[in-house]
Design a protein around this ligand. Structure first.
Ligand SMILES: C[S@@+](CC[C@H](N)C(=O)[O-])C[C@H]1O[C@@H](n2cnc3c(N)ncnc32)[C@H](O)[C@@H]1O
Length: 212
């Protein structure tokens, strides 16, 4: 019953697209569901993932689609790949930033255009009563969503399942993420979401401010 918490938040992430967004990067794209949504909006998308199997599946799923935006999947490590500064209007990391050192956000920030937006749909380690209470509140709704997904797939006939993207346990609690984010990404917003995720939004206004 694949009710996917990352896919559930796609619309929320798409709301943060800057006006006139032309070029985007999806870091740790998995099988490419979010990258396809970006390309369907006419955005030129670079999508990278270290895992060969998911990149192959992502290419296969995108191949028959006539998407208005150019979509390129690359097997690459965000820690090693070269990102030209000031290139992307929108960079998305969906459940991937906890796979790499958090300071990777510095490199992502440098790759943003003026006014570009970095969105992180992140996972955090549960350590506090607020974390456990949120999980408790989410559990019944999660069960309902799983059931609805199951019924929908039984009724409509789910196609072949793509390979699962590699997962990792998050090791940073939300408070530590907020602290590191405030240091690395001034004025970013971090908020807890219901289904075991947080949303970080950073708008790159550094160069604009510097010229004022
Ligand atoms: C939990 S999955 C999320 C996949 C996808 N973003 C989604 O929403 O379903 C994390 C992904 O990050 C990828 N990943 C891990 N380390 C990476 C790295 N250093 N560079 C690029 N991708 C990485 C993994 O291979 C995996 O596909």
């Amino acid at each position: 019953m694949p009710f996917n918490h990352n896919d559930h938040y796609h619309d929320l992430l798409l709301r943060e697209l800057p006006a006139g967004c032309r070029r985007a990067l999806d870091v740790g794209c998995g099988t490419g569901a979010f990258a396809r949504k970006l390309a369907s909006r006419g955005i030129e998308v670079d999508a990278i993932d270290t895992d060969a199997e998911v990149i192959t599946a992502a290419r296969a799923q995108a191949a028959p689609l006539a998407l208005p935006g150019e979509l390129t999947f690359q097997q690459a490590d965000i820690g090693r790949v070269s990102l030209p500064p000031g290139t992307y209007d929108y960079i998305a990391c969906l459940a991937s930033i906890h796979h790499v050192p958090f300071e990777t956000v510095r490199k992502l920030r440098e790759a943003l255009t003026d006014g570009g937006v970095l969105v992180i749909l992140g996972c955090y380690q549960e350590t506090t009563p607020a974390d456990y209470l949120t999980a408790l509140a989410a559990s019944p709704l999660n069960a309902v969503c799983r059931l609805m997904t199951f019924l929908r797939e039984r009724l409509t006939g789910a196609g072949p399942q793509p390979p699962s993207a590699p997962v990792a346990d998050p090791v940073m609690p939300l408070a530590a993420i907020r602290k590191r984010a405030a240091a690395e990404l001034p004025h970013c917003r971090v908020r807890r979401l219901l289904f075991w995720r947080y949303l970080l939004v950073f708008r790159n206004e550094r160069r604009t401010r510097a010229t004022q």
